[in-house]
Design a protein around this ligand. Structure first.
Ligand code: BDP
Length: 716
């Protein structure tokens, strides 16, 4: 064996036995395993030229130097003048005269404000690779893309690559409280250490910004939608400013949640009525103050008149009155207001599914141009599977922003391997038919269906202070997927999974084949063993951990699982057709037709839209009860399959992350069995039919499952 080969072999062995803690996310930059590829990049990247024009370009240079030296295992020299062939030049045309001479203005047009291009060019007789954009942040995105090519074992580009984001605001919404607890957080405490800010800048803040920039995320809402007005006081604004200063060179703007009653709580006013002059004046002054700290402050995210939060309806004003009051005050600074459509009220007897639509559709056209309406992917609440929210396509005069949830509140929380890109894609690719066939949710939110200038996609962050950021090693993939899809919603789940796996684990094809399948199937599997055939909202009260379909004692009717499954001696499911709540009427006729007939309705939504008799014949030939048993048993069995798949991947994964995922899959298998047993034992009390003989019966009683308590479950 040659010395260099031996060295490389030892390094690989070392990396595999050393273990990794996941702190590096998808930016690990291990030595490129494919020696031919490494040699090719080494040849084509002989020098780096990145002007020191601003902080963002300095980050770009540092990222290239660091990334390339680790991936290529050689120091690529930085240069200020073009001396040799195969120089990589990064910068905008303004920053870099050579790029200005390169005749690429036409290409750059397509890159827009934040996009980039990577293009091979001969400059002054030398072969160069240009990474450029119209702004420094575009260049930084291009640099991360270039490194991603190498990380994912793609050849060095010989044709121009041009890429621009399809969505303007690509955001993380942190549900982080000022006391560092995280609502629905399963990865430890908040990464924002408010106590030591503004003076202590944790390296994590910088790493956070870098990771987000690497996937194009350009906005972060620091605080919980169930907001605390204290964050708007000067002492906290100092802290917010410190974070904004860290994030700025990475292209990330800071947003805050605005508690609607803040004028009363911290302003001493007697009202928060949005039409009251003192209230309007208070917000104007507050916003002026915020911008004095943070000149590029992004704006506010507001949860109002929802789940007990204050809002304009407390003063008999509309959501538009509330949003516009803030929008007017923030408009002079080019800030925006993101108003949430997640509203439902306990004194409204109407199907919860219908309430947001009823509240907001009449307001279409009444919002100021700097207001975006943030809509959850489905009408109930981030369920494991929901049909798309009927608001998409129903408010053509208002830009609607997508709200996905990365933190897996209803999808196994911190213990389950669930890759969410298939869930996101399922919603994005749903056709609203609002402007005829092809008006997909993706095209509604990217603004192309209704010609909106503002567009946005947010993910409720799954980040905490756990060493690997997200708790479950695979949960990092959901953060990654959000960024990639907000940039380009046409990417497939498979592409995203593979990209992430290559960067996070290995480029080995045998590994990728199984691990990609593992990820792609994972969401279907959890639906199958927890909420099959359109069941929803049957989880434990408060903490939402595990099954509790029997709960019927909550004072708000729509907080009870029985409200949603409606199981009785005749059947199970929520009739949302014309004979029931008629929520289906909120969809376009073409959509309605897909779901309104019990015989043709896609079975994955059957119990979402229909109350179905226990003996109803399913497409499989089984009756509904047998089908329910089949789904629950198959889902739980498939988790055992996931365990086997993971076991087969042992040779490709470092011991630390391998053991972590192994243990977590064991928990997931126990949870799957728990869901299956608890739900079937309970629903059997209505169906009065036995479990099909070939299934092993549950070894515990329904009473056992009912008495389980989780007083300290996380995220609650
Ligand atoms: C629900 C969560 C709750 C959030 C709410 C929201 O259980 O903690 O406050 O959504 O989105 O899913 O406002």
């Amino acid at each position: 064996m040659k010395n260099s080969t031996l060295l490389f072999f030892c390094l690989c062995c070392f990396l595999l036995t050393k273990g990794e803690n996941g702190d590096d996310l998808w930016l690990r930059y291990p030595p490129v395993a494919d020696k031919m590829l490494q040699a090719s990049y080494r040849y084509h990247v002989s020098a780096l030229m990145v002007p020191s024009s601003d902080a963002t370009l300095n980050i770009a240079r540092q990222e290239l130097l660091n990334g390339l030296s680790r991936l290529l295992q050689t120091q690529v020299p930085a240069t200020a003048t073009l001396r040799q062939d195969e120089t990589v030049i990064a910068g905008t045309a303004q920053q870099c005269p050579l790029i200005a001479q390169a005749n690429i203005a036409g290409l750059l047009k397509a890159a827009g404000n934040e996009g980039f291009m990577i293009v091979p060019k001969i400059l002054q007789g030398k072969r160069c690779l240009l990474i450029s954009g119209n702004t420094s942040i575009g260049v930084l995105y291009g640099v991360f893309h270039f490194l991603r090519l190498l990380q994912t074992a793609q050849p060095i580009p010989v044709q121009p690559i041009i890429s621009a984001p399809k969505i303007q605001l690509r955001m993380l919404d942190h549900w982080d409280n000022l006391n560092r607890t995280v609502e629905r957080g399963y990865a430890g405490f908040s990464i924002w250490n408010w106590h030591t800010l503004p003076t202590y800048i944790d390296q994590r803040y910088i790493d956070y910004a870098r990771a987000n920039a690497s996937i194009g995320i350009n906005g972060t809402v620091l605080t919980n939608v169930n907001a605390n007005a204290t964050v708007l006081t000067p002492a906290y604004l100092e802290k917010v400013k410190a974070l904004a200063d860290v994030f700025r060179p990475y292209g990330i703007r800071v947003y805050l949640t605005a508690r609607f009653s803040a004028p009363m709580e911290i302003g001493g006013l007697a009202t928060a009525d949005p039409l009251n002059d003192s209230v309007r004046g208070w917000w104007k002054e507050k916003i002026k103050e915020i911008y004095s700290y943070i000149p590029d402050f992004g704006g506010f995210l507001v949860k109002a008149n929802s789940e007990g939060q204050p809002g304009p309806q407390d003063y008999h004003r509309t959501h538009a009155d509330g949003a516009n009051m803030l929008a007017d005050a923030i408009a002079p600074y080019k800030g925006i207001v993101i108003w949430r459509a997640f509203v439902y009220s306990h004194d409204n007897p109407i199907d919860r599914h219908k309430q947001a639509y009823d509240d907001f559709v009449p307001l279409d056209g009444q919002f100021r141009p700097n207001v975006l309406l943030q809509v959850k992917n489905g009408a109930i609440d981030f369920m494991p599977r929901e049909p798309f929210h009927p608001l998409f396509g129903a408010m053509p005069k208002t830009p609607l922003m997508m709200e996905f949830q990365l933190t897996q509140e209803y999808l196994g929380q911190g213990t389950s391997l669930v890759f969410l890109a298939p869930l996101f894609k399922e919603t994005l690719e749903s056709d609203t038919y609002s402007k005829g066939a092809g008006s997909t949710v993706a095209k509604v939110i990217d603004g192309s269906v209704d010609q909106h200038m503002l567009s946005g996609m947010a993910g409720v962050a799954n980040i905490g202070n756990d060493i690997n950021w997200c708790g479950h090693p695979f949960a990092q993939a959901n953060w990654y997927a959000l960024g990639r899809l907000a940039w380009d919603h046409t990417l497939s789940s498979e592409q995203i999974a593979e990209e992430w796996l290559r960067m996070t684990f290995s480029n080995e094809l045998t590994f990728l084949k199984s691990a990609t399948r593992l990820m792609l199937e994972s969401r279907d599997i959890i639906v199958q063993y927890s909420n099959p055939i359109g069941l929803h909202h049957i989880m434990g009260t408060g903490h939402h951990y595990g099954p509790a379909p029997w709960v019927n004692n909550q004072h708000r009717p729509e907080w009870n699982p029985v409200y949603y499954h409606k199981a009785d001696s005749t059947g199970i499911g929520f009739d949302r057709t014309a004979t029931g709540s008629n929520a289906l009427a909120q969809y376009q006729p073409a959509v309605r037709r897909q779901w309104e007939d019990i015989h043709t309705c896609d079975e994955k939504y059957l119990l979402w839209f229909h109350h179905v008799q226990w003996r109803f014949r399913m497409k499989s030939g089984r009756n509904l009860w047998e089908e329910l048993c089949y789904q629950y048993y198959t889902g739980a069995d498939r988790v055992t399959g996931m365990q086997h798949t993971w076991e087969s991947l042992r040779p490709f994964v470092d011991p630390q992350r391998f053991a972590q995922v192994t243990m977590l899959l064991k928990i997931q298998q126990q949870e799957a069995t728990w869901w299956r047993n608890a739900c079937l034992l309970y629903f059997r009390t209505f169906s009065h039919m036995p479990l099909p003989a070939d299934y092993t019966p549950p070894d515990k009683t329904l009473e056992y499952y009912k008495q389980l308590q989780f007083p300290f479950a996380p995220g609650n």
